[in-house]
Design a protein around this ligand. Structure first.
Ligand SMILES: C[S@@+](CC[C@H](N)C(=O)[O-])C[C@H]1O[C@@H](n2cnc3c(N)ncnc32)[C@H](O)[C@@H]1O
Length: 263
């Protein structure tokens, strides 16, 4: 199985041009879906470069927000992005917090990357007070996440044997409402609801979209980086073609499924 942790150890700026381009808007949508309110204490698991930490701080105040991520470059970027928030190097499966410290514990685009998601959810529940909220979202990889779905469809069209088994719509867990709700319910959370979060990102041109892929960021980038130059060019062209060969600025929409439950 691919080492998902290793795919997020590069510079945070590259991630921010890749999937991170959607993260600030997705973070605001998550804060809304999890009904985070002023005066609460909030935690972001797998905070990456800090987009959701920032959205939480806007509502509850920077002094009431904490974040955790195993990637040191991401933790540094998140600390720079949201000065004053408490951001630690750590993993979801072993959270460096006391029982019931938080009113709201969120994770954005993370539970599908956890080596032990059930343990990660148990830890998220442990650090949330009784009656508090635990929420998490995962891209709709096989549907509404236009960028990643189209990338993999192009890759599988050009090289079905290599790419099909690596498609994130096949490899990622919890990317459907039922599976995500199942993880939440099996962790003992109650009043579990799953809803779609739809956000957009804009690009200067197709190169602006393509540039992070060959650096190896995320599973799609790791696939692109593994190809030789000719195969990369062919994939770039097929990807662009499937997006209508955009000439200049364009936007893409992305849908994630978001589970919200009460402890
Ligand atoms: C797709 S990124 C999402 C980052 C951020 N939440 C966002 O929305 O932009 C996945 C994140 O999960 C983190 N991650 C990987 N394994 C983890 C673990 N065991 N515990 C917590 N976070 C983990 C990665 O370092 C990375 O920051």
């Amino acid at each position: 199985m691919a080492d998902h942790g290793a795919m997020f150890t590069g510079p945070a700026e590259v991630y921010d041009r890749f999937v991170g381009r959607y993260s600030p808007r997705l973070g605001r949508a998550m804060v809304e879906a999890a009904r985070v309110r002023p005066g609460r204490r909030a935690l972001d698991i797998g905070c990456g470069s800090g987009a959701l930490v920032g959205a939480l701080a806007d509502v509850v105040g920077v002094e009431n927000v904490a974040g955790v991520d195993p990637s040191e470059p991401f933790v540094e970027a998140a600390r720079a992005r949201v000065p004053g928030a408490s951001i630690l190097v750590g993993s979801a499966e072993s959270l460096p917090f006391e029982d019931g410290e938080f009113d709201s514990t969120l994770s954005q685009l993370v539970v599908n990357f956890l080596p032990d998601p059930a343990l990660g959810l148990r830890e998220m529940c442990r650090v949330t007070r009784e009656g508090g909220v635990v929420a998490g979202c995962v891209w709709d990889y096989g549907g509404g996440m236009t960028m990643l779905r189209t990338f993999w469809e192009a890759a599988a069209d050009l090289n079905p044997e290599r790419a099909t088994p690596e498609m994130e719509s096949h490899t990622m867990r919890f990317a459907t409402p039922d599976e995500l709700a199942g993880l939440w319910r099996s962790s003992g959370l109650v009043d579990v609801e799953v809803s779609p979060l739809v956000v957009e990102a804009s690009y200067e041109d197709f190169d602006d979209l393509w540039a992070p892929f060959p650096t190896g960021v995320g599973p799609a980038g790791a696939y692109a980086a593994s190809l030789d130059t000719d195969a990369q060019v062919a994939l770039r062209d097929e990807f662009a073609r499937r997006l209508g060969d955009p000439d200049g600025r364009f936007t893409l929409s992305a849908r994630a499924w978001c589970a919200v439950g009460r402890r």
